[in-house]
Write a protein that binds this ligand. Structure first.
Ligand SMILES: [Zn+2]
Length: 292
């Protein structure tokens, strides 16, 4: 990491544990941090699983930039730490997603404390991602973005992704629509509300805000994020003509969803995994530092 990035400094936004009874951040002194890291290493999942998980999550950040899904240095992409049901990887706040590296992730516990790494934790990471990870155990990977086309739909009186293009059909009956925007998510209650609004689907369209996409793995979650934005883009472009959409008949839509399911694997390999592997090869050629 280049000197002067300042991530080791005690940041103003470092998360306060809900159990803290004072206004001081959870200050982690070097000795404590070393002991903490030693503890993590001694009890964590096999190192290889953790290494691969962090590489995938770093790739996810880089690819989000490549496809224009990021906004400033905001939003978060998080992943449960392999072997743990109560802590997740989070990029230190302040990094542009184009500079996130696998070796820099923080480990944030459901207790609101850092269990690995050093750096600032931005509040909405705790107030959106922590409750979603906690309340949606299947959501190993939680992606929140303000990606432009999906967010544009969330601004409309009717934000629905219409089943009017083939790529939208992969989201048939798998999108929840949050009806209420309540300002910045600066309370755990707001994150809990969003987790409940997700309602077991893989996508939550957040009114006047953006999207939340969850998946069992980074490749599966990224696949949903990527194709959601593409389908929303097609819809916005179609609507921009001023002409009416022509929805796919429901019976055809349902039958096509079945086709998607039967064609999800090719040669015994999942399409999402194959796509993500191909995208990582792009990164390997052009910006291999993501994996370091
Ligand atoms: Zn947001």
């Amino acid at each position: 990491m280049p000197a002067g990035r300042g991530l080791c400094a005690r940041p103003a936004g470092l998360y306060l544990s809900p159990s803290a009874h004072n206004d001081e951040p959870n200050e982690i002194v070097p000795g404590e941090q070393a002991a903490m890291n030693a503890n993590v290493l001694s009890v964590s999942a096999p190192a290889e699983a953790a290494r691969r998980a962090k590489i995938d999550l770093a790739a996810c950040h880089r690819l989000a930039v490549r496809f224009g899904l990021n906004e400033g240095i905001d939003n978060h992409l998080t992943l449960l730490v392999p072997g743990f049901a109560d802590r997740f990887y989070l990029a230190p706040f302040g990094l542009h997603w184009s500079e996130v590296r696998a070796g820099e992730f923080l480990e944030v516990g459901f207790d609101g404390r850092l269990h690995g790494g050093r750096g600032p934790v931005e509040d909405t990471a705790l107030y959106i991602h922590l409750p979603v990870h906690r309340l949606e155990p299947r959501a190993h990977c939680v992606l929140h973005t303000h990606m432009p086309y999906a967010t544009a739909l969330c601004m409309l009186e009717n934000p629905r992704l219409e089943m009017a293009v083939q790529s939208a059909l992969t989201f048939y009956d798998d999108i929840s629509y949050d009806a209420d925007y309540n300002g910045l998510a600066f309370s755990e209650a707001e994150g809990e509300r969003l987790a409940h609004a997700l309602g077991g689907k893989s996508v939550l369209m957040m009114r006047n805000h953006g999207v939340l996409v969850v998946g069992a793995t980074v490749p599966q979650a990224f696949e949903r994020l990527y194709f959601l934005e593409r389908a929303c883009q097609a819809q916005v472009l179609a609507l921009s003509t001023g002409r009416a959409l022509r929805p796919i008949p429901d019976a055809v839509a349902r039958a096509t969803v079945e086709q998607f399911h039967t064609g999800a694997a090719v040669g015994g390999l999942d399409r999402a995994d194959l796509h993500f592997a191909a995208l990582k090869r792009l990164l390997d050629r052009s910006e291999p530092d993501y994996a370091t």
